[in-house]
Design a protein around this ligand. Structure first.
Ligand code: ZN
Length: 344
């Protein structure tokens, strides 16, 4: 499939981000990648104490922050077991049923990175007749390290201790039909959309109607990504985060979703209404939905006491927080809505 230069850049950036491990709390590599990418685009960016990346895109008046998050779900070693394997604690909403048999990278404190896999304890079906029916949680599953270790001492000798981060293989696939399949499309797909927006501005293809900051946050998956480090003159925050797709919702992988309300309450009506009007006017494939089990960095900023108008849009993501699926068109519709909102 051949895409426009902008879409191709967005997909390439998404792939690079997805290939960079960044479970919430261990995001330094993704922060560095984003800071360098802004530098490459000729955009001034700074890194906050928490590792968020703040870039000034240009424009004048009515400053708005457009934010996406670069932290993901993952695991952290909670116990080095007597058999040398690892019990993990989940970071964010990771569920064992969604990552059983997935390959992982374990970042030891000595700087070494080891391979492993999350498996059910005693998973061989020829040995354990209940392997298919046992409950999956992080007590019934364990990380099997791909090293010759059989005792706690041997694993500790590798440098793997409690508190080491465990990163799941995103298993990124882009199909010929334009589907994007990967862990962590939430929210690296949206982060890539923000870079595509930035590139358009830098290439002179888009002139901004107001002052625009881009804020790539960390710690969104644990609720405080958008709570600090935001520019003082901003009056609005627009979160670009995954749109929900599922039973009872209008959103889909090909649409940009506009969220009217999530678990924390309604978004700003005037901004949401303007976004809906622009989606309609520009003939975009879009949906307006209410998300029951969801929060965003825009809500985090409001919870932190910011006097912002806040809104949330994003590409539809199916099977969220599992092996997720979206579509190139969903990302393109999201970019088109951002362009309309920030330039018309
Ligand atoms: Zn998200």
């Amino acid at each position: 499939m051949t895409y426009s230069a902008s879409t191709q850049y967005m997909l390439d950036t998404m792939k690079r981000l997805l290939a960079t491990d960044s479970p919430t709390g261990f995001t330094r590599q993704a922060t560095d990648l984003c800071a360098k990418e802004f530098e490459k685009l000729g955009i001034q960016a700074s890194v906050t104490n928490k590792g968020c990346v703040l870039a000034e895109l240009g424009g004048e008046g009515n400053p708005v922050i457009v934010t996406a998050h670069i932290d993901t779900l993952g695991g952290i070693v909670a116990e080095v077991k007597a058999n040398g394997r690892l019990r993990i604690s989940n970071l964010g909403g990771l569920k064992a049923v969604n990552c059983e048999t997935e390959n992982v990278r374990i970042y030891a404190r000595n700087g070494k990175v080891y391979d492993g896999c999350l498996q059910l304890c005693n998973p061989s079906t020829h040995v354990n007749p209940k392997a298919g029916t046992e409950e999956r949680n992080f007590d019934t599953t364990e990380i099997v390290i791909d090293e010759d270790v059989h005792t706690k001492e041997e694993t500790l000798a590798l440098g793997i201790t409690n508190g080491c981060f465990v990163c799941f293989d995103p298993r990124t696939v882009i199909t010929d039909s334009g589907y994007l399949k990967s862990r962590y499309l939430d929210d690296k797909l949206a982060a890539a959309v923000l870079f595509a927006l930035a590139k358009k501005v830098q290439d002179g293809q888009l002139s901004l109607n107001r002052k625009v900051y881009l804020f790539l946050s960390t710690y969104e998956e644990v609720g405080h990504g958008g709570k600090a480090g935001l520019p003082g003159d901003a009056e609005e925050i627009l979160a670009v985060d995954m749109g929900c797709v599922g039973i009872g919702l209008e959103g889909s992988e090909r649409k940009v979703s506009i969220c009217a309300k999530d678990a924390h309450g309604p978004y700003d009506y005037s901004v949401t209404d303007t976004l809906v009007g622009l989606a309609e006017k520009n003939g975009l494939n879009y949906a307006v939905d209410v998300y029951l089990n969801y929060s965003s960095d825009a809500q985090a900023a409001i919870a932190a006491g910011k006097d912002f108008r806040h809104a949330l849009i994003g590409p539809g993501v199916y099977a969220s927080h599992g092996y997720e699926r979206s579509h190139v068109e969903g990302a393109e519709n999201t970019l088109a809505l951002l362009e309309a909102y920030l330039s018309e």
